[in-house]
Write a protein that binds this ligand. Structure first.
Ligand SMILES: Cc1ncc(COP(=O)(O)O)c(C=O)c1O
Length: 417
């Protein structure tokens, strides 16, 4: 019975304490950095100390002129959209398949998210972007799903040829590259989350990137009012009149979170190299497993592998992905999950009935509903994902063995139906 599935009482492939992929990684140097910050400054209203240092390092890392830290990725997206002047009635093309915060700040600006279906990697499909452009379109938003860069060359060309702003949500993809260039440097603005499991983690935090001076000043005015705006927006600039109040929101990162992120940034590239090596090995080992779809990453792309997303071919394995997931968990692969809140956004009440929370949304709202985004919906129903370790150890090989075991014996699961 060595091959008996653990789901049926067999021996699990691994029995490892959680978390299997701890993140962010904290060592003595991290603790010293955060403790030093605690004793130095816990409120930084201007651009100084750890805030200035980290922003300078982020701007250099991504190869852009400006970085502005924020309290979260959601806040960073909100500030970026406000800074680009998106507002009343403007249509903004967003991926149908993403975490909802990619789009939800647009409701607060009275701009209108227009959902567009995805390609096989879960990234917004440039063909469908082009078809969704109308005279009211002002911007295109792209998320690099699970850390695999989207089709940027085509998206940049579409945005340029229609005079639209491209905005990148890089929350899964810190350090991922497209044709050798870091994602986050392709759009007019980019926003990144640095919450818990993100490739660059502050625990909670985010940032905006831009090369554009006006977008930079407006990002500051949206979420970093008073001292920072007063010291950074030149007195002779027309926007300096608003420096004290800004747009009224305060979305600063906590300095302790900035200290944590700064420590993590020291290791980001080395850890990405490790993740890529392990992800490549796992994908090679999993390539021929029956019923399993692996991401086919095009040449010229270096993912950050925020997560390895695999698809289950329901017809071939003969059971619902939820049952396969239970069998994978039984084998001890406890960090595999089916994405929950990251799902086709047409399935959220906010996108089908926004008026319950945003009464100002007009009667011509498209009333998104299930079935409208077949690629996103199919991908979502069939995807399982897990975090990728950056170093050798029992996790990567155990996950490969467990996935292989469950899928090569999936026919046995059918008997439980
Ligand atoms: C693609 C994407 N965008 C935005 C966000 C929001 O970031 P935060 O949780 O830092 O507000 C997340 C967070 O999970 C995300 O995955």
């Amino acid at each position: 019975m060595t091959h008996a599935l653990a789901f049926h009482g067999g021996t699990p492939v691994i029995d490892l304490p959680l978390p299997h992929v701890p993140w962010p990684l904290v060592d003595d140097v991290t603790i010293a950095a955060v403790t030093t910050q605690l004793l130095t400054a816990t409120s930084i209203p201007d651009r100084s100390g750890v805030i200035a240092d980290l922003e300078d390092r982020l701007a250099e890392y991504f190869g852009v002129r400006y970085a502005v830290l924020a309290s979260s990725g959601t806040a960073a997206l909100h500030s970026a959209y406000a800074a680009l002047g998106l507002g009343d009635g403007d249509e903004v093309i967003v991926p149908a398949y993403t975490f909802h915060a990619t789009a939800t700040p647009l409701f607060h600006l009275r701009a209108r998210p227009v959902l567009v279906d995805c390609d096989l990697l879960g990234n917004i499909d440039p063909k469908m972007v082009e078809a969704a452009i109308t005279p009211a379109t002002k911007a295109i938003v792209v998320t690099h799903m699970w850390g695999v860069p989207a089709q940027l060359e085509r998206l940049v060309a579409i945005a340029d040829s229609h005079g639209l702003d491209l905005v990148e949500d890089g929350s899964h993809a810190h350090g991922a590259t497209y044709d050798g260039r870091k994602v986050g440097s392709f759009g007019k603005a980019a926003a990144f989350s640095m919450n818990g499991p993100k490739p660059l983690s502050a625990g909670e935090g985010g940032f905006v990137l831009t090369d554009d001076e006006e977008t930079y000043y407006r990002t500051l005015l949206h979420g970093q009012y008073n001292k920072r705006c007063r010291t950074e927006i030149p007195k002779d600039h027309p926007l300096s009149a608003y420096a004290v109040t800004g747009m009224g929101l305060k979305l600063r990162i906590h300095p302790l979170a900035a200290a944590l992120a700064s420590d993590q940034l020291d290791h980001l590239d080395a850890r990405l190299v490790g993740r890529r090596r392990i992800a490549d090995r796992m994908l090679a080992d999993l390539r021929d497993v029956p019923g399993l779809g692996i991401p086919e990453v095009p040449d010229g792309i270096e993912p950050s592998w925020y997560a390895l997303a695999l698809t289950l071919d329901v017809a071939e394995i003969g059971v619902d992905p939820g049952i396969a997931l239970r069998a994978l968990h039984a084998e001890g692969l406890l960090e595999i999950d089916q994405p929950g809140s990251t799902r086709p956004m047409n399935e959220h009440a906010l996108f089908s009935r926004p008026e319950g929370l945003f009464p100002q949304v007009g009667g011509d709202w498209p009333r998104y509903r299930e079935g409208q985004f077949p690629n996103a919906e199919r991908l979502h129903r069939t995807t399982v994902k897990f975090p990728v370790p950056h170093d050798d150890g029992p996790v990567a090989d155990g996950y490969v063995r467990g996935i292989t075991k469950v899928l090569t014996h999936a026919h046995l699961l059918q008997e439980d139906l």
